[in-house]
Write a protein that binds this ligand. Structure first.
Ligand SMILES: [Zn+2]
Ligand SMILES: [Zn+2]
Ligand SMILES: [Zn+2]
Length: 146
């Protein structure tokens, strides 16, 4: 049993707070995520380029998070993506059109599944989504023939 230092304890509490975010905290968490993604790089006018860079890193992080067992991991976006996973599991937000945070993570998983080549991938929903993509493709092929 390793005792956490006071500084670590504070970080754990901050992480726990993020994990429990719901309702009004949603906006704060979203703001936090945005601030985090901007902090590392200069703010460029080419927002599209920035989004691509961030999306690429997030794709790597999603795969990393699946196997990450480190509470205070320093891998880019690890704590954020982890907190999103926890959020989705416990989300009770009833917003018309769905919870933006849940949608954001859903989109990332979707992107991952589109590119993923591993048949035994353990990333959440990856195999389900891949099957769905395959079915959609088969439908499209069938539709083109008619
Ligand atoms: Zn990690
Ligand atoms: Zn949600
Ligand atoms: Zn995968």
């Amino acid at each position: 049993m390793v005792m956490a230092s006071r500084e670590e304890e504070q970080q754990i509490r901050a992480a726990e707070h993020l994990l429990m975010a719901s309702g009004e905290d949603h906006k704060r968490l979203t703001d936090y995520l945005e601030a985090q993604s901007i902090r590392d790089k200069e703010i460029s006018r080419q927002e599209e380029e920035e989004e691509v860079v961030q999306a690429t890193q997030l794709q790597r992080t999603i795969v990393h998070v699946t196997d990450c067992r480190t509470l205070l991991c320093s891998y880019p976006f690890c704590l954020i993506v982890k907190s999103q996973f926890y959020h989705v599991v416990g989300c009770r937000t009833r917003i018309p059109g769905g919870c933006p945070l849940c949608k954001k993570l859903g989109f990332l998983l979707h992107l991952h599944a589109l590119r993923c080549q591993q048949s035994q991938c353990r990333t959440p929903c990856c195999r389900d989504l891949k099957e769905r993509h395959q079915q959609q493709r088969q439908h499209q092929v069938a539709g083109d023939r008619s």
